[in-house]
Design a binder for this molecule. Structure first.
Ligand SMILES: C[S@@+](CC[C@H](N)C(=O)[O-])C[C@H]1O[C@@H](n2cnc3c(N)ncnc32)[C@H](O)[C@@H]1O
Length: 249
């Protein structure tokens, strides 16, 4: 997992990912909290909060949010964005979610678009930590990438921004989605994100001994690369990811 900070720093530098502020994607993630965890206002821990846009969208809905992010520039973007939007019910923490700890527990722990950067052992350790952060009736909402979508994308190249491009690959033996980015002008600077993919059956096995169990899941979207269209909702067998709702055993 040593690659995490350097790779995501480059994503944020090359991808122009903070430009639009809070957009539909972030509001849709925020709306999932009500859909999967119920209508009351929650105390939420967001892991790997990136530029803080979803944290802002969740806070705007009345939730109280603690947002943890490893990459300094992304963390700072979150703070600045919340200030600009006049949002005060978010605490931004610059840190590693394998090290940080909290005095209070949470109704919801969410990890949008990022689970799987580690080994199975590391993911298992993180899930145990999440169990320890939850209130007894709480739940975790975690986006989990699917092997079939990752395999389908192998070999696809697509632009990221005006200055960068990406290429997908799939390590079938290790079941990891490989996503390489580089500046168009200098391919030698390529960085690769490597994400462990789990079917729901695999996830149930990973969860053994963590204190958490898979309660339900919602299939996410998928890109139709032949038509160049992104579909917000796809059947699980085609979806890029599913959002898993985990509860305590
Ligand atoms: C693919 S990005 C997604 C960001 C955001 N959740 C979103 O949906 O836009 C994953 C984020 O998780 C962060 N991250 C990965 N491992 C982390 C760790 N151990 N502690 C804190 N943040 C971490 C990365 O720095 C990156 O910003």
């Amino acid at each position: 997992m040593n690659w995490v900070e350097s790779v995501y720093s480059k994503h944020y530098e090359w991808g122009n990912l903070f430009a639009g502020g809070v957009v539909d994607y972030h509001h849709e993630k925020a709306a999932l909290v009500k859909q999967l965890a119920g209508p009351s206002k929650k105390r939420i821990l967001e892991l790997g909060s990136g530029g803080g846009q979803t944290a802002c969208a969740m806070a705007k809905l009345g939730h109280t949010v603690v947002a943890v992010e490893l990459v300094q520039g992304a963390h700072e973007n979150g703070r600045a964005l919340a200030k600009e939007l006049g949002i005060s019910n978010i605490e931004f923490i610059h840190g590693n979610f394998y090290n940080v700890d909290f005095s209070d527990r949470f109704d919801v722990v969410c990890y949008w678009d990022g689970f799987g950067v580690g080994t199975d052992e590391e993911q298992h350790k993180l899930l145990k930590r999440i169990d320890g952060w939850l209130k007894p009736e709480g739940c975790a909402l975690i986006d989990v990438y699917t092997p079939w979508y990752a395999s389908y994308t192998a070999g696809i190249e697509s632009p990221i921004s005006a200055i960068a491009t990406r290429r997908y690959d799939f390590d079938a033996d290790q079941c990891r989605w490989l996503d390489s980015w580089w500046p168009i002008e200098d391919k030698a600077q390529m960085v690769t994100q490597s994400l462990r993919c789990y079917s729901p059956a695999d996830l149930r096995m990973l969860l053994q001994g963590t204190g958490l169990t898979l309660d339900r899941y919602e299939a996410g979207g998928a890109m139709d690369w032949q038509k160049g269209e992104y579909h917000e909702k796809a059947p699980l067998k085609k979806a890029m990811y599913y959002t898993a709702k985990l509860i305590q055993e």
